[in-house]
Every structure is written in C-alpha cells, then in structure tokens.
Design a protein around this ligand. Structure first.
Ligand SMILES: [Fe+2]
Length: 296
C-alpha cells in the first residue's frame, strides 16, 4: 500500500524518498545559478563532481585539490568578512573550536588535512561530497562519524551568495564545531537515528530538528542571542539578518520544531532559540527515545 504523502518545502513529497533517497549521478545547476553560462566554471564543477563522487563511493577520503587563483581569490574575499562577523555573533562552542582549528584566511584548506586533525581530536573524519546529498544519505555518513563536505567554491560573480552548500559553507560553517567532542556526539546520535529508522515521518522530524539547530539554530549565551547554525554562520547576509527584527524568533520547543516546514531557497524568517547546548543534547536524546528508534 502506498503511504500518505508528507509535506516538505510547501509541497507533498513521496514518503519513500525520505528513507530511500534518490542518487544524483550528474552535476545539476539549478535555473538562475550564478555559474550557468560560464563554461570554465561548469567544467570545473563537473570535474570536481566526478572526482569527489568517486572518492566518496570508493571511501578513499578527500582528494587533494589544486585550487585555482580565482577560487583562492573568492576564499580570500569571503573568509575575513565572515570571521569579523563570527567574532561578534557566533556561539562560544563555534568560536572556541574555530580558534583551535585555525583555518587559514589566505589559503583554501585541504580537506584531507582537516580530516586528519579532526580524527585526532574527536574521532570524526571528513567525507568528500560531490554536491548536496539527500538528508538520509548525508546523515548515514555522520552515523559513522564522517561529515560530508564539498570541495568546490561558489561562482566569483556573487562571492557572498551560493544557491547550494559549497566549501565555504561546509568548511567555515560546519567543520569548526566538529572539533568539539560534545557537538560530535550530538551529531552522531542524530545520524544514527536518521539512518536507522524505517519511518519516513521520523526522518522528516529529524531533518527539521537538524535544520533548525545544526543549520539554522540560534542559541542563548549569557543573556545574549548567538548564532549556532552553519547555514547562518557561512553567510555574510544571513548573519545580520538572523538577528534582526525581520525574523520571527521563537523558543526552541522540539514538538513545534519537528512540525515546522521551511523553504531552504530563501533567507530564513523563522528561527528558534536554543536555551543551551546541554538542552539541545537532551532534546535529541528524548526525541530519539520518543520516536522509538533504538540507537542509544
Ligand atoms: Fe549545511
């Protein structure tokens, strides 16, 4: 019997895609992508897609990449701007980890080296990703303590913007916090749960939980609202926007979060504020228990 559709991004989706996600085998750039029409950029993306996909599927770890002068230029333009914003607005857990990791603002880091460092610190590693992976596929790697990371850089015509997660999002948004052992455990637990459950609605609940925390969470620290989510931390536009009056801020209540749909294609105008990291950890554990997923 066919399962009832569930709604995601405002439209019904086939529930099976939650537990049996499609595999994208070719590079797809969405309509309006800033790189469309730039033949050299599209070719570079195709080459990196093929290389990173092969390394992911063969479990070879991140390949070493010879970055071009243009890619380095974009990195040098964006990373200091983000760093300035991070000093003011990022959560303590992120900032401390970022300082310990010490990612260069002048040279694009090699994922292979960052991965070795993470393995030494928190037993996490980085998995090369050819592009955005479906949620369950993405978190199946995290269940094994591997974090999928892209190795391509956004198009140079819009250094402040990328329609899909690129290396700036992944390396400057996600990777630093993986240096924190408690953060690594929280992520791994979500990964195990998302990968273990046979129920599409459980995957959707965990996906929304991840979206409103790991990707777009705000967190309270010393009576101030700080930025926790990688989606915000990797965008020079989203950082000030997320703390502005244009956004509706609600307390992070898990039962509400997992019922809340979102649109990933635009700036986020509804965000939840997490009272503390310890609270978030407890909420994940309780959610996994409540859903009856046996991973603990
Ligand atoms: Fe992300």
């Amino acid at each position: 019997m066919k399962e009832a559709p569930i709604v995601e991004y405002g439209a019904p989706v086939d529930p099976r895609t939650m537990v049996e996600p499609p595999d994208v085998t070719e590079l797809e750039l969405e309509p309006g992508h800033p790189g469309l029409g730039d033949v050299a950029y599209v070719q570079r993306r195709k080459d990196l897609f093929a290389l990173c996909r092969a390394h992911r599927l063969k479990r070879l770890g991140p390949p070493l990449i010879d970055y071009t002068a243009e890619e380095t230029r974009i990195w040098r333009e964006v990373s200091p701007k983000l760093d300035e914003l991070h000093r003011k607005h990022a959560s303590r857990i992120y900032l401390q980890a970022k300082d310990t990791l010490g990612i260069s603002q002048t040279e694009i880091p090699q994922l292979r080296h960052l991965s070795e460092r993470l393995t030494r610190e928190t037993r996490m590693h980085l998995v090369p990703a050819e592009g955005p992976l479906p949620y369950r596929t993405f978190y199946s790697y995290i269940a094994e303590r591997g974090f999928p990371v892209t190795q391509f850089i956004r198009h140079g015509s819009h250094p402040e913007f990328t329609p899909e997660p690129d290396m700036i999002h992944d390396c400057l948004g996600h990777v630093p916090a993986l240096m924190n052992a408690d953060y690594a455990e929280l992520l791994t637990l979500i990964g195990k749960a998302a990968f273990t459950t046979p129920h599409p609605e459980h995957v959707l609940a965990l996906k929304r939980f991840s979206w409103f925390s790991i990707e777009f969470g705000l967190i309270e620290e010393d009576a101030e609202t700080k930025i926790f989510g990688a989606g915000i931390l990797s965008s020079t536009g989203e950082i000030p926007f997320s703390l502005s009056n244009n956004v509706k801020h609600l307390p992070f209540v898990t039962s509400k979060v997992i019922e809340t749909d979102y649109d990933p294609s635009r700036m986020q105008d509804l965000l939840f504020i997490i009272p503390s990291f310890a609270f978030l950890r407890r909420e994940v554990e309780q959610l996994v228990k409540r859903l009856g997923i046996s991973v603990l």
